[in-house]
Design a protein around this ligand. Sequence first.
Ligand code: ADP
Length: 380
Amino acid sequence: MVELVLALNAGSSNLKCALFEAGGEEPTEVGRTKVDIHGPMADAAAVAELLAWAQALHPSGRLVAVGHRVVHGGASFQEPTLVDEPVLAMLDELSPLAPLHQPQSLATIRAVTTARPDLPQAACFDTAFHRTLPAVATRFGLPRGFHDAGVRRYGFHGLSYEHIAERLRMLDPAMAAGRVIVAHLGSGASLCAMINGRSIDTTMGFSPLDGLVMNTRCGELDPGVVIYLQNHQGLTIAEVQDLLYRRSGLLGVSGISGDMRELLSSSAANAREAVDLFVFRVARNVGALAASLGGIDGIVFTAGIGENSPAIRALIAERLSWLGLSLDDAANQRGGQGRIDSVGGRLAAWVIPTDEERMIAKQTLATAARGRPGKPRAAQ
Ligand code: ADP
């Protein structure tokens, strides 16, 4: 009987899901879908719907494992891990570090446990890919004790970056072996600097708030602003959290939308300003990461904006021409996966679609094969 693995990617408002056949070198995708979720009570219903969807899609297959994207693994989880109650309790403790994402993933894991307690489940972490960050890239300028207590830079979007690193190795091995910046530009957005496919610096830090301007998240911010908002504008901690996670970024600056497509089609000056800020921050941070890399050989664009917006890629390239980035206009407009740099450019440039669900499926199958349920593999 064909063995199946279900990959679940819980966002703040929806649950993405993909079903894969196990076996062979790579899992084979059977299909994918997405359901809306509205709070934890809806998780049971959403999970029941997805399990029924998987069964109907491949009636002769047998589901052998479920994998989840979990945003924060903290310092303890540096590789995918089978989930049991003690692991869930540790992951619960990390929820304050990613309040928009972590609770949703954990609620989904619990809903699957209730529906199918027989199935092994793996937690696949967005932070894990960044375990190779050099110590200097993980540290804030805070007293050492804070770092030792976990107040450090972790980095996120790791499932996406690992997928892109693997794809790039197949598509352009010479570039993959060099100094590459991957721009994951979606609702959430970050950059990762890699040498030979290993993360050596990234723009997100302690939480998924840092770095680039995002759909509703502010990105890098002078910490003095947070002190000021609380001391002088009377915002409570909960209000600051809501402001920085849900009301800032493209939405806050434009006052129109956090959705890049809508902003690009708007003629409002505030929409243009939000787009300009997004591009400015991407370009500025590419410069910073190029310094971390000691030079740069190529750049990869991925995720919703990076994969689908020739206009944003062109604006970013315009600001990075000093670095040797020059796009071939026709290739940039073509859409889909491909190389998009122009003949005269010094940097290679690719568009490569990301696939976090495939990475979840691969990691889940490998983890399920390695460890038995109840034997979590937490790194020390
Ligand atoms: P998530 O998976 O976090 O929901 P995505 O990676 O799907 O995010 O990215 C969503 C973002 O991509 C939105 O801002 C959306 O407007 C943008 N996007 C998708 N298609 C296009 C496009 N053709 N042009 C510009 N932006 C796009």
